[in-house]
Design a protein around this ligand. Structure first.
Ligand code: TA6
Length: 308
């Protein structure tokens, strides 16, 4: 379906809903939401939320100013959905790596696909609820197709709530790892710390994947790429420059990633400004490595995240 027809259909279906507008950013369609609490922007490609800002406050989610909004290129920033694997496929548990064999994309397959906008509801409590769906039918490299339906619920309110529901509709187990790869907007990385991960084991992806723990809050002073395991409870980003604390809560996620590219990698990354590292910090809520999932036939799993 060409973009003009797609836009027409979206206007007809959703254009009259108060607070909703539909925009084309080069090749990508975005849904803008504004309500009494906040404003947000969601791209249909990857069901990728790119903006969330409570009225009168600084934006909470960071999006690279160097995005080129081309079909098939994941936006750098926002909250990408990493599924059915996180990171490099070959660094995943064997059951996952062998399910998808020679695939080379980082962070799975669904952040480049166009999700279907199922509905938008302005709720009586003032929040806006959007639901997007993606049928997954994987036939490459496998004898029998892997089939699942992904459903993504987004609640735009005083807090930002995201719920990713995966249902295995094939009659064989579905192995996957996943993460909501949140890029948070901060005033200054030099005045930022992460709490809630003290004494929690982490794999240092920049130091031979060695496991360590630290008993202090995490201050970023260089390229940081850590996969925390056995995570429980709330994490906080102390964004001193904005005089705020960003809180991150989740259900049934016992792994998370803290990532900042710092100076040298910022210069190497595409669609990423050289000084971008100063104003962003990724704290990614996931089901990764030992926390990965094996869904029984017809089984389903929900990963949920609340940001405030
Ligand atoms: O989550 C951390 C990470 O895996 C980093 O290693 C870095 O690659 C980052 O994700 C960005 O991934 P992307 O595929 O969006 O470039």
């Amino acid at each position: 379906m060409d973009i003009a027809t797609q836009l027409q259909n979206l206007y007809q279906a959703f254009g009259e809903i108060p607070g909703i507008s539909i925009e084309l950013h080069k090749e990508l369609i975005a849904i803008n939401v504004i309500n009494d609490y906040a404003e947000a922007t969601l791209f249909l490609q990857g069901a990728q939320l790119s903006h969330y800002q409570r009225h009168g406050e600084a934006a909470l989610i960071w999006l690279s100013p160097d995005c080129d909004f081309q079909r098939g290129t994941p936006l750098r920033g926002g909250i990408p959905i990493c599924w059915p694997w996180f990171g490099n496929l070959n660094k995943n548990p064997a059951a996952i790596a062998s399910s998808y064999k020679e695939e080379t994309a980082a962070h799975g397959l669904v952040r480049e696909q166009e999700w279907q906008l199922n509905y938008i509801n302005n709720l009586s409590d003032g929040r806006t609820h959007l639901n997007l769906q993606l049928p997954f039918n994987y036939t490459r490299h496998v004898e029998e197709p892997l089939q699942a339906t992904l459903s993504y619920d987004i609640y735009i309110g005083k807090t930002l709530e995201l719920i990713l529901t995966v249902k295995n509709i094939s009659n064989k187990p579905l192995n996957y790892s996943t993460a909501l790869h949140s890029y948070f907007a901060i005033a200054d990385i030099h005045e930022t710390a992460v709490t809630g991960l003290e004494n929690t084991p982490f794999i240092d992806c920049l130091n031979e994947w060695q496991t360590s723990t630290e008993n202090t809050s995490l201050k970023i002073a260089g390229e940081t790429d850590r996969i925390y395991q056995q995570v429980s409870g709330e994490q906080q980003i102390i964004d001193s420059g904005n005089k705020r604390i960003i809180t991150i809560n989740s259900q049934d996620s016992n792994s998370c990633v803290v990532w900042n590219p710092w100076i040298e990698k910022s210069q190497r990354l595409n669609h990423f400004p050289d000084t971008g590292y100063k104003n962003m910090l990724c704290l990614e809520t996931g089901k990764i490595l030992d926390d990965s999932i094996c869904l029984a036939p017809l089984g389903s799993h929900q990963l949920s995240l609340q940001i405030s």
